[in-house]
Ligand binder design. Structure first.
Ligand SMILES: Nc1nc2c(ncn2[C@@H]2O[C@H](COP(=O)(O)OP(=O)(O)OP(=O)(O)O)[C@@H](O)[C@H]2O)c(=O)[nH]1
Length: 660
């Protein structure tokens, strides 16, 4: 297939829709020659903003035609959050050199890992004439209210991206000038495209010595039919080219639709729990007007609330007393339980019944894992922490479960392994909860002999062989090793094409379990980090699977059971017991570790007992006395073996994840 084969193959409906979109904005003449940010423009913007803040912000100056709602989307690390910083600085929303890079990445986990996991909205004000020319063109200057949503780049958080796009009419598609189009660029482009958004391509990091903007322009043209002349060239690091961004947003992105005179309809975009204010909801006002003190209802639950506070994120919560059609902001409405704030819900005035907004597709959980308090008595504390955190991360599913090995706990569904990891870290960092997580598993459909089917998320609940599925899409450079890797993981190649003379694009269908378990690390290591991949779920497929139990001293540990392909069972079983042996400390009694399929043990290791020298204090003495002491020790060991529980450290559970 040729270079543009990738999505041209599907031609058509999509493309036609997109061509018309391009047509509408390509009639505007793009930008004047690039110049770097000057202090004057910062000054103007800052004065304007600080004035508006001092006078308390009057949102009535911003009817829909003076509002633009847009997202920044990109592959991971292509510079979304840095670009967002620069735009916030440019508009005076935050101070230049605020000393905190990636301002909108507020969570500790985001700062530590250098990734965005949570979409964040910020409202900015910008002076610009209606055609979106330069801010310094004061004569014709009009004030615009811009809502910027910074989104995560990692595949696990694309649910956040798709939710954010629901509040936008356009998106900046940021692409690294050296790395070019990557797997998440493709996925995010299609999310935006399918939401009918105006897409502005931004080729960022042009300051890098290896930057090759022309190559990236050609890729954007061949893969998405984005015109090279529509691409903005920027460096979020040095500020080069940034002055074109906001005028382009104003010029190319349409204002929010919606009717100011219709009854109020608000989309609930996100929510989180604040210790002092209670549940805070982020909302987009689609129709009508919301004022402080209004009585509103949820279309999903029918519950009624009174709006105690309303405002915008500028970038911190800034009360405005009102939100008008097309505006994005926050409300505090006395929702008591986080379960009441349903993401995707429509909120409306009590006195009118309205047609609910389309809402969001429910999140599809790719990985399930049990979460148990490290100390069994902390169940209530963990319950509380999970409830609070799921308010901030509505894409996690939670059900209670119990394990004979670990006691009472929860089975949680996540969008991927990184999502699971981040959730654990947030539980610990933000709520001080110490958890043990069980081996993650992908969902399986189990077909019973009577023909009935059930989804199984916990291997412990599985009586015998189920059937399963899945698919992976990958974007690759080191073709040979990657093909070998995908074949070893039972992959089936669906597509192979070239993005340009140096980069290839491949699409595979793989069982989900094969990518959940350490696929990404292996892919990175065989391609020196040069390949990127993205995945989406496909239909379930029949497969020959077995449930692999882990037994400690003959007792199955339900939290360690896993489901594997029959042909791999022997190898996985062996690796599992070897790994476990390394992590289980020697105790006063011997520990046998076994992997078994049903009653058949397929691998075994032994952790030998620590032998206490009971004869140490026996100076001299005859042989019968020594024998007696040794016999007594043996009895004691037997008892410990029978009643003692084996301590399994959390690392052992983590290490089991890596067994492929
Ligand atoms: N040289 C150069 N580096 C940049 C530029 N923009 C961002 N960076 C760097 O690239 C890295 C990633 O930037 P981020 O803004 O965190 O990228 P992101 O796309 O928000 O990352 P995720 O949120 O994790 O997807 C950081 O080290 C930035 O300092 C740029 O224009 N030039």
């Amino acid at each position: 297939m040729g270079s543009s084969a990738l999505y041209r193959a599907s031609k058509t409906l999509k493309s036609q829709k997109y061509f018309s979109l391009l047509h509408t904005y390509s009639k505007f003449n793009p930008f004047p020659s690039a110049f770097t940010l000057n202090d004057n423009s910062f000054g103007l913007a800052r004065d304007f903003c600080s004035n508006s803040r001092q006078n308390s912000i009057d949102l009535s100056q911003y009817p829909p035609d003076k509002i633009r709602n847009f997202s920044i989307i990109a592959h991971v690390d292509h510079g979304k959050s840095t670009l967002a910083d620069r735009l916030l600085e440019l508009t005076g929303t935050i101070k230049r050199g605020h000393g905190q890079p990636q301002y909108l990445d507020k969570l500790q986990v985001e700062r530590e890992r250098g990734i965005t996991v949570k979409a964040q909205t910020a409202t900015m004000f910008h002076k610009c004439n209606n055609n979106g020319s330069d801010i310094n063109d004061v004569d014709k200057a009009a004030k615009f209210l811009l809502n910027l949503i910074d989104t995560p780049g990692h595949v696990d958080f694309s649910y956040e991206v798709s939710r954010s796009l629901a509040a936008c009419q356009g998106a900046l598609l940021v692409v690294d000038a050296a790395q070019g189009v990557q797997a998440q660029t493709v996925a995010n482009f299609y999310l935006a495209f399918e939401s009918n958004l105006a897409i502005i391509p931004v080729i960022n990091k042009i300051d890098q010595p290896t930057a090759d903007p022309d190559r990236v322009k050609a890729q954007l043209k061949s893969m998405f039919d984005l015109e090279p002349s529509d691409c903005l060239l920027t460096s979020a690091k040095t500020g080069l080219g940034l002055e074109q961004v906001l005028p382009s947003v104003i010029k190319r992105i349409p204002p929010p639709p919606g009717n100011s005179n219709s009854p109020l309809r608000m989309l609930l975009l996100d929510s989180y729990y604040d210790e002092y204010k209670g549940v805070i909801c982020h909302v987009a006002v689609v129709d009508g007007v919301l004022r402080k003190g209004d009585k509103i209802s949820s279309a999903a639950t029918g519950h009624a609330y009174e709006v105690a506070d309303v405002g915008i994120m500028h970038p911190e919560l800034t009360p405005t007393g009102v939100l008008l059609t097309g505006q994005v902001g926050y409300i505090v409405s006395g929702m008591r339980s986080t379960k009441e704030a349903r993401v995707g819900d429509t909120l409306h005035h009590n006195r009118f019944s309205v047609e609910p907004l389309p809402g969001f597709k429910p999140a599809r959980h790719m990985v399930f894992s049990g979460l148990y308090p490290a100390d069994g008595s902390d169940f209530d504390a963990l319950n509380h922490a999970i409830e609070r955190l799921t308010c901030n991360d509505a894409s996690v599913s939670v059900t209670k479960e119990s394990s004979s090995a670990l006691g009472l706990g929860f089975r949680c569904g996540f969008l991927g392994l990184l999502h699971m990891d981040v959730f654990h870290q947030r539980l610990e960092q933000e709520y001080g909860a110490h958890v043990i997580s069980t081996v993650p598993t992908v969902p399986y459909i189990f077909e019973y002999s009577d023909g009935s089917k059930a989804q199984v998320q916990n291997p412990a609940a599985l009586p015998s062989n189920p059937k399963t599925e899945l698919q992976l899409a990958g974007n690759l450079q080191y073709v040979g090793p990657v093909i070998t890797l995908c074949s070893a993981r039972r992959g089936q190649q669906l597509e192979y094409s070239f993005m340009d003379s140096q980069r290839a694009f491949m699409k595979y269908r793989l069982p989900l379990r094969e990518i959940v378990v350490d696929f990404y690390n292996e892919l990175k290591s065989i391609t020196s980090g040069y390949a990127s991949f993205d995945y989406e779920d496909s239909e379930y497929q029949e497969s020959d699977l077995v449930k692999l139990d882990v037994l400690l001293n003959g007792q199955p540990v339900d939290a360690m059971a896993t489901i594997v392909h029959k042909l791999k069972a022997q190898r996985v079983g062996r690796e599992l017991v070897e790994k476990l042996k390394k992590f289980i400390d020697r105790q006063m009694f011997e520990i046998t570790i076994q992997a078994a399929i049903g009653a058949k043990v397929i691998a075994r290791e032994t952790v030998s007992a620590m032998r206490k020298n009971v004869l140490a204090k026996c100076y001299g003495g005859d042989v019968t006395r020594k024998k007696k002491l040794l016999e007594k020790q043996k009895e004691g060991k037997k008892r410990m073996k029978r009643i003692g529980s084996v301590d399994i450290p959390q690392e052992a559970f983590h290490e089991l994840l890596k067994v492929s």
